[in-house]
Design a protein around this ligand. Sequence first.
Ligand code: HEM
Length: 467
Amino acid sequence: KNFPSGPRPIPMLGNVLQLNLMNPIADLERLAKQYGNVYSLFIGPRPTVVINGLHALKEALVNKAAAFSGRPENLMINHAFQEKAPGMAMAGFNSSWKEHRRFGVMTMRNLGLGKQSMEVKILTEIRRIITHLEQSVGKDIDPHLLFHNAMSSIMCQVLFAKQFDYDSEQIKFFTEYFHETSKQFNGFWGMIYDFFPMLRSLPLPFQKTFKLFRAARGIYLEMLADCKWTRDPGKPKHFMDCYLDEMEKRGDNDVSFYEDQMCAVITEFHYGGTDTTANTLLTAWLYLMNYPHIQEKCQLEIDTVLDGKDEASFEDRNQMPYVQAVIHEIQRICSVAPLSLYHRTTQDTELMGFTIPRGTIIIPNLSSVLFEEGQWKYPREFNPENFLNEEGEFVRPEAFVPFSIGPRMCPGEALARMELFLVLVSLLRKFKFIWPEDAGEPDFTSIFGLTQSPKPYYMKVQLRGTD
Ligand code: HEM
């Protein structure tokens, strides 16, 4: 009663037939036009509410945060991430989530986030990217592996202080793991899994996701075994050390911090911190090559601000309004996590005049806000002017929500922003990137998933000043 309206579901199957399972974004937009910004869908028999537009999203995730900050259970994403322990990102809005979130944010800060030491880690990784690109000058290269390897490697540094060679089996495995599995969650096979529970034990492609998650866990356990040998209690060098210290501090009777839970949290940070930033960088280069005047304008600003300096620093962003605007516009157009992570209501509640019962799955449609008419000067266009005022100063509109909003918003935002800025500035300072002549027209449509990415493409690398 008074539940938001939506397309009529088929008993047990829900609205599976009304959605394009390869990419439901256009359908979700069409349904918002038909039913309004808050409407219902059924994932199989499970009631779900889709929230569109900034106003409704803020009302739910910020003003009514306590009611809207749970997480669904028993979806494919739960079964992959939570096989052994609840973790943090997929956990309900409970005390274990709260303690782990606080611990995660504090640990990232203690490990150097917001200070120069994190910048040093990122710049070290950037030097590896530069070496790789220098060896590729004049050639057409596929940047997919490069950006995933680099972003994954930064997270490995933070999580267990390992810098894997780009050719190592571990890095290759992680890249395949993120690539393969992120397209399944929310994508075609993820939806089949979520809509049709009776198919879950069949040998269908989603089994590969579970296999890859188990294999990744095996690698994290190896790291843990290494870490136990090398650690100096009370003097943590990385996230895993900090977690082991915390476990010791809490003692054996603590039910929140334990080894399986640590592996689950490390999986989430590694996952959340790799696929999102790497896919954003892939989008960046797709646009920078196809909007060469924007690439050149960034380079002009970078050259002016970094004149006489060896390397970029995150501080420099304050003198680079145009570069800042371009990075934000790339994040907006990329909409890397288009439907965020799903939420769930923790109690009976109301939203925009509708009644929403406890346990309803909530889909925060971040894409609907990132492209919302009335919030942006050019909602459908790639145009850095979306983040610049009349004076050419950088401004960040409230509708910039790629990291979501409310208590569950991304805890990795500060790290991600530092990575995106330093990578973009350092590479554009040194190289010119060209869309290969024989590549044809660029295809800007994304491959949909929990995180979305551009279709594979090649880029031509040139040292600047040599053309
Ligand atoms: C461009 C980069 C990134 C984007 C766009 C992004 C986006 C998001 C979004 C939309 C969510 C869901 C928020 C919600 O449920 O309301 C999220 C959650 C999360 N992200 Fe990120 N993220 C990025 C980078 C990172 C990084 C670098 C890390 C790790 C350091 C990270 C770790 C996490 C974690 C652990 C969560 C779960 C938070 C919770 O449930 O409390 N993310 N992120």
